[in-house]
Design a protein around this ligand. Structure first.
Ligand SMILES: Nc1ncnc2c1ncn2[C@@H]1O[C@H](COP(=O)(O)OP(=O)(O)O)[C@@H](O)[C@H]1O
Ligand SMILES: [Mg+2]
Length: 145
């Protein structure tokens, strides 16, 4: 794999146009890493929800796309959504299906968590929120590792 495919990028999340760019870049990088269509779609769906949260609840911020490898034939893509907004006072509550402080569907956080392999939230009131997710490709067949 060339170094280009492994390059980390950070994109702004400031408006709806940025959200489209995030979706496009996530799909493109997932494709380059060899993710199948179902996995690409899972990651793009989660990214779309989390980037919208960064914009709507966090007041804007950024997302970084970080290719990663477990050294055993699995390629992963980690996405980190960062804002310096109000933070989430009760993460467990925010992760409940249907919970929204903004009259939304309240399925963004919980739904995203179900779509990916790793999901973590680092947040504190007044300090902002970072949500990190990773999706791993299936293990490569023997001989290709
Ligand atoms: N980046 C964020 N900053 C502050 N609060 C957030 C953030 N992301 C999510 N939340 C809180 O978690 C709740 C649940 O998020 P989500 O499941 O995406 O539902 P929705 O976006 O429809 O409200 C939001 O209503 C909001 O209170
Ligand atoms: Mg949401």
């Amino acid at each position: 794999m060339s170094t280009d495919e492994r390059t980390e990028t950070t994109l702004p999340v400031r408006n709806d146009t940025d959200l489209m760019a995030v979706r496009q870049q996530v799909r493109a990088m997932a494709q380059r890493l060899g993710f199948g269509l179902v996995q690409q779609t899972k990651l793009v769906t989660a990214a779309s929800e989390l980037a919208r949260n960064t914009l709507v609840h966090g007041g804007g911020g950024s997302v970084s796309l970080e290719p990663t490898s477990d050294g055993d034939g699995r390629e992963g893509l980690t996405l980190r959504f960062v804002d310096e907004g109000p933070g989430i006072p009760d993460v467990e509550l925010a992760l409940r299906d249907g919970y929204s402080t903004a009259g939304g569907l309240g399925m963004g956080l919980s739904g995203s968590k179900r779509l990916v392999n790793d999901f973590s939230v680092d947040t504190a009131p007044g300090r902002g929120t970072t949500v990190s997710i990773t999706l791993w490709s299936p293990l490569a067949p023997f001989g290709r590792r």
